[in-house]
Design a protein around this ligand. Structure first.
Ligand SMILES: CC(C)(COP(=O)(O)OP(=O)(O)OC[C@H]1O[C@@H](n2cnc3c(N)ncnc32)[C@H](O)[C@@H]1OP(=O)(O)O)[C@@H](O)C(=O)NCCC(=O)NCCS
Length: 161
């Protein structure tokens, strides 16, 4: 089940973010990010939206979504999603991405742009492609992967018009 995040979800969200940023495999975020900094980065105020995937009381994933750029760029949406390690491969990422697409459509955005999808993040690339996203281009070697060396960052795009 996907629902809007509440303040008291934070203790369930933070371990997911902490895992992802310390792994350094999927997001170009500072691995030393503190909990308060993560909270400010993730729990964006409206008109952005933050959701959690829950299995009973347990937070199994989270996404945030927002206008990709201000002013003349504000008709394009963007967002980020993270699934708890133990819940990956069970449909949580698909549910979060579908929710994000629904929100972007309802809000009148013209497209969704993911700015930096690590090209060897097979789960993310396959998931987004299966929902209609295409890769517009790749910044070569822009991400320092712990196992695979310098790999590209894809810009992925879903047209909603
Ligand atoms: C990428 C991520 C969001 C995918 O979420 P998930 O819950 O694991 O994925 P789902 O179970 O919903 O699977 C959706 C699709 O992704 C693909 N997929 C998922 N895991 C995969 C894997 N290990 N290998 C290949 N494809 C995979 C499949 O196409 C799958 O489609 P299917 O449902 O028809 O099998 C999740 O693995 C994650 O949070 N990873 C760490 C953070 C991250 O990478 N965030 C995205 C950054 S752009």
């Amino acid at each position: 089940m996907i629902r809007e995040a509440r303040d008291d979800d934070w203790p369930g969200i933070w371990p997911i973010i902490h895992d992802v940023v310390t792994e350094q495999r999927t997001f170009p975020y500072d691995p030393e990010m503190t909990e308060p900094a993560a909270r400010r980065m993730w729990l964006l105020p409206p008109p952005a939206r933050v959701v959690v995937a829950v299995d009973g009381e347990r937070v199994t994933g989270t996404a945030n979504m927002y206008a990709n750029r201000p002013g003349p760029g504000s008709h394009i949406a963007s967002g980020s999603l993270m699934v708890a390690k133990e819940a990956r491969g069970t449909g949580v990422g698909r549910a979060l991405t579908t929710d994000l697409i629904g929100w972007a459509r309802r809000s009148g955005f013209a497209a969704i742009q993911f700015n930096a999808v690590v090209e060897v993040n097979v789960a993310a690339v396959r998931l987004y492609e299966s929902l209609g996203f295409v890769t517009l281009g790749t910044a070569p070697g822009a991400f320092r992967h712990p196992d695979e060396g310098d790999v590209g960052l894809r810009i992925m795009w879903l047209d909603l018009r």
